[in-house]
Design a binder for this molecule. Structure first.
Ligand SMILES: C[S@@+](CC[C@H](N)C(=O)[O-])C[C@H]1O[C@@H](n2cnc3c(N)ncnc32)[C@H](O)[C@@H]1O
Length: 354
């Protein structure tokens, strides 16, 4: 008699899941080796053999093309590269798919490669074998258990980690903001916009470019973060702690902030935003919002995986929330009106009006 779950496809599926760590680790490898830039070369994206790719990397010693091929072949199966086999079966060549192109460094110096590298730094990797501890004892995050202190203060003492965090945030924020500002006009009429947790200031730079009526942008983040932020015309970098206060503005913006924190911490941040707004002023928060139903789409998986990342690295009791949970958080901090706008697949724009 056939046992439940004892068929070949189930056993293959669990082997695939158990070995899946090789996917992000190989992404990390191709980004470190700069393979996407080597293939792209100004948009040519010609199919190349692993040896041809290596020859473009100006490496100091001979490298192993067969091992590179093993990596590229596996990532082709996940849609990062397109593999072609020559008619005589003698050679495999690789070009970038649309997914792979997100890892190419753009004219602005940005690439999702920074996000890949940021997630796979040694200190973050140390936390992952401790995910089960977030269930047994959520009072301290796996990152804290592995490294002895919370992630943001840890990054703050290490300029390289801080810099990589900023590059990762810029790389993911810029394409989102471009799409958001095309489809959403919530900043019209604003004169002073504060970005809470604004990192390098890219979001504000783009808001100011789109809305000349915004005369002043305040990029508010931890002192060690704004110390490294580049000068941006019209933007003042302000170092501080959003748990103490938020600078005043007629619109307060934040992106990818609330997700990281617990209910009580979110309430405190939202109360500080409420205090910093005039009557009728609004807080525009762009956050990952979980769908009600679980499915296997890229969007749902990216959101659910991000939720586990938050649990492991930032707050064992911080989390990705549903639209209703955000509405309730806003109401608890005093915001009577709440409206969500969907402009992107990963973040949702949430308007909280005073
Ligand atoms: C996930 S990042 C988002 C960055 C940026 N908003 C974006 O989406 O590109 C969270 C940001 O919150 C900042 N942050 C963390 N704790 C903070 C605090 N207590 N006060 C102000 N900013 C803080 C971090 O330095 C970081 O820049």
């Amino acid at each position: 008699m056939e046992e439940k779950g004892d068929d070949c496809s189930s056993r293959l599926a669990i082997m695939e899941l158990a070995n899946m760590l090789s996917v992000p680790m190989c992404l990390n490898a191709v980004v470190r080796l700069r393979v996407p830039d080597a293939i792209w070369q100004g948009g040519s994206n010609l199919p190349l053999t692993p040896s041809q790719i290596l020859s473009r990397l100006s490496l100091p010693h001979p490298a192993d093309s067969l091992n590179l091929q093993r990596i590229l072949r596996m990532l082709s199966s996940y849609g990062v590269f397109r593999e072609t086999i020559s008619e005589d079966d003698a050679a495999r060549t690789y070009s970038l798919t649309d997914v792979g192109k997100t890892l190419v460094t753009g004219d602005d110096g940005l690439s999702y490669g920074a996000y890949v590298l940021q997630h796979h730094q040694e200190e973050l990797m140390r936390a992952w074998p401790l995910v089960h501890e977030a269930v047994l004892d959520p009072s301290a995050e796996p990152f804290v258990k592995a490294n002895g202190e919370p992630a943001y203060s840890y990054y703050g003492k290490r300029p390289e980690m801080n810099g990589l965090m900023q590059a990762a945030m810029s790389a993911t924020s810029v394409p989102f903001m471009r799409a958001m500002l095309e489809g959403y006009d919530g900043f019209s009429g604003a004169e002073r916009v504060v970005d809470v947790g604004g990192s390098a200031g890219d979001c504000l730079r783009m808001i100011l470019a789109r809305y000349p009526t915004v005369r002043e942008g305040l990029n508010f983040d931890l002192p060690e973060v704004v110390a490294k932020a580049p000068a941006i015309p019209g933007v003042t970098h302000v170092g501080g702690d959003m748990f103490n206060y938020v600078p005043s503005g007629d619109v307060i913006f934040m992106k990818w902030i609330l997700t990281t924190w617990t209910e009580d911490e979110c309430k405190l941040i939202l109360e500080n935003c409420y205090k910093a707004l005039p009557p009728g002023g609004k807080l525009i928060a762009c956050e990952p919002v979980l769908p009600k139903h679980t499915d296997d789409s890229h969007r749902t998986r990216a959101l659910l995986e991000g939720d586990i990342f938050v649990m492991t690295i930032y707050r064992a009791q911080g989390r990705h929330r549903t639209e209703e949970e955000f509405r309730m958080l806003g109401a608890a901090a005093g915001f009577p009106k709440f409206k969500p706008f969907y402009v992107d697949h990963f973040y949702t724009v949430l308007e909280f009006q005073k």
